[in-house]
Design a protein around this ligand. Structure first.
Ligand code: NAD
Length: 401
């Protein structure tokens, strides 16, 4: 890989990534591009990628830009040229890999949801705290915080432009499970995924709600549903696609979840996630209503933020469309002239930039493993409430595991 970047000549930060499919490709894009867009204090060196199939991981290394390939993550995390381990595997291996990597003296970036259970997430937080004392840092990959419009929305809330929040309303809808013959991929198996739409999509919007509001979800009342209870066993499956094989198996996670609750500051919160919302591909929407105004965001128009200031003259008041592409908007200083929009992939570039900068400065990056644990506790409360006929269930707010 040529190194004609602003970051060239800076000390290297060797990256080792586990998993090279959907998120592996997205994270590779982030590591490759960040030093070409931003002047970073450390130069990310894509040292090695790990997968279990030797031929496939070698091909992935070549395609995605990694210098070497490994077939055992235990070998990857002890390499001398790896200082940061990037975990892009399904949730069932997050805790084991992340804890081992932290104990091997590496920084860790771990995909969301942080883990498959609260107990695993607590063990990860404990490992991250021990590592922090030795100078290694851990971050969880809630990349949507790094959509410039959502980063800017957080700033507007923090600056008091909405006043006290009254409503926090988020939905995240997909439809890739509409076909009842879609195979029983790992995302549909509790032992691999922890939960279904809840842990996958719900984790994102719970994190966003807490990030944007600057406060935690205090408690929830929930419904979950598995509409298609049995599916063909997979012949092959990757990401959100796959082919059916012989035999059938039971779906052990939810297809959809609906929950409402309260934020710690008193706002009412509502959440809806589904993999069966026909026609919705990756539709995430956010609306916040406060005593002074509102914000609204739609991931399918991710360069735009809708802002309503309730102090405006009523005759001309309404939502104004803010095109979040000005140089003063978050992350935009490295990109294109105003109006030349960004997309999904840029969130991974921003994630790489922020983590590299935090490591260089020795500062805890956000979202931390503690933030990931807090989300996990909300997900656990949702499942508990749904099992108990939607009874209001407080979220454990205990600060330390
Ligand atoms: N941030 C986001 O927007 C986002 C989007 C999709 C998925 N994710 C998360 O990313 C993670 C991975 O999801 P994905 O969509 O990339 O899945 P995927 O099925 O596309 O890829 C998983 C990869 O992990 C590899 N793998 C599994 N176990 C392994 C092991 N023991 N050793 C080495 N490699 C192993 C697989 O071979 C594959 O390369 C999940 O936690 C998921 O929730 C996040």
């Amino acid at each position: 890989m040529s190194d004609e970047t602003a970051t060239a000549g800076k000390p290297a930060l060797g990256i080792g990534m586990v998993g090279y499919a959907f998120m592996g490709a997205a994270h590779s894009q982030g590591w490759r591009t960040a030093p070409r867009v931003y002047d970073l204090p450390l130069r990310p060196a894509m040292a090695a990628v790990c997968g279990r199939d030797p031929a496939k991981v070698a091909a992935a290394a070549d395609q995605l830009g990694w210098a070497a390939a490994e077939t055992d993550w235990r070998a990857l995390i002890t390499r001398d040229d790896v200082q940061l381990v990037d975990v892009c595997t399904p949730g069932d291996s997050h805790a084991e890999i992340a804890i081992a990597a932290l104990e091997a003296g590496k920084h860790v970036l771990c995909e969301k949801p942080l883990a498959n259970s609260v107990a695993e997430a607590e063990a990860m937080v404990a490992a991250a705290r021990r590592a922090r004392e030795r100078g290694q840092l851990a971050m969880v990959g809630f990349n949507y915080r790094r959509v410039p419009a959502l980063s800017y929305a957080r700033k507007l809330v923090a600056d008091g432009r909405l006043g006290a929040l009254r409503h926090v309303r988020l939905t995240y809808l997909q439809d890739w499970l509409m076909d009842p013959e879609f195979p029983l991929a790992w995302r549909l198996q509790r032992e691999h995924a922890g939960s279904g739409a809840l842990g996958d999509l719900g984790a994102h919007i719970v994190d966003l709600a807490q990030y944007l509001a600057g406060e935690r979800v205090a408690g929830v009342s929930a419904h979950t549903e598995t509409f298609v209870k049995e599916r063909p066993l997979p012949a092959s499956a990757a990401g959100l696609s796959g082919a059916a094989g012989a035999g059938r198996g039971r779906v052990t996670v939810d297809d959809a979840a609906v929950f409402s609750g309260r934020m710690a500051g008193g706002a009412l919160a509502s959440f809806e996630v589904s993999r069966m919302a026909a026609g919705r591909k990756n539709a995430m929407s956010v609306e916040l209503n406060g005593e002074l105004g509102s914000l609204s965001f739609d991931l399918e128009r991710l360069n735009e933020l809708q802002f309503h200031d309730h102090a405006d003259d009523p005759a001309i008041s309404g939502f104004r469309r803010v095109l979040v592409t000005e140089p003063e908007h978050p992350y935009l200083e490295g990109w294109w002239p105003p109006g030349h929009g960004l997309g999904y992939e840029h969130t991974f570039v921003h994630q790489a930039r922020d983590l590299i900068t935090a490591i260089a400065e020795g500062e805890q990056p956000a979202p931390s493993f503690e933030d990931g644990l807090q989300v996990q506790r909300v997900l656990a409360a949702v499942e508990e409430s749904a099992e108990k006929n939607s009874v209001y269930t407080a979220v454990d707010q205990h600060p330390t595991p």
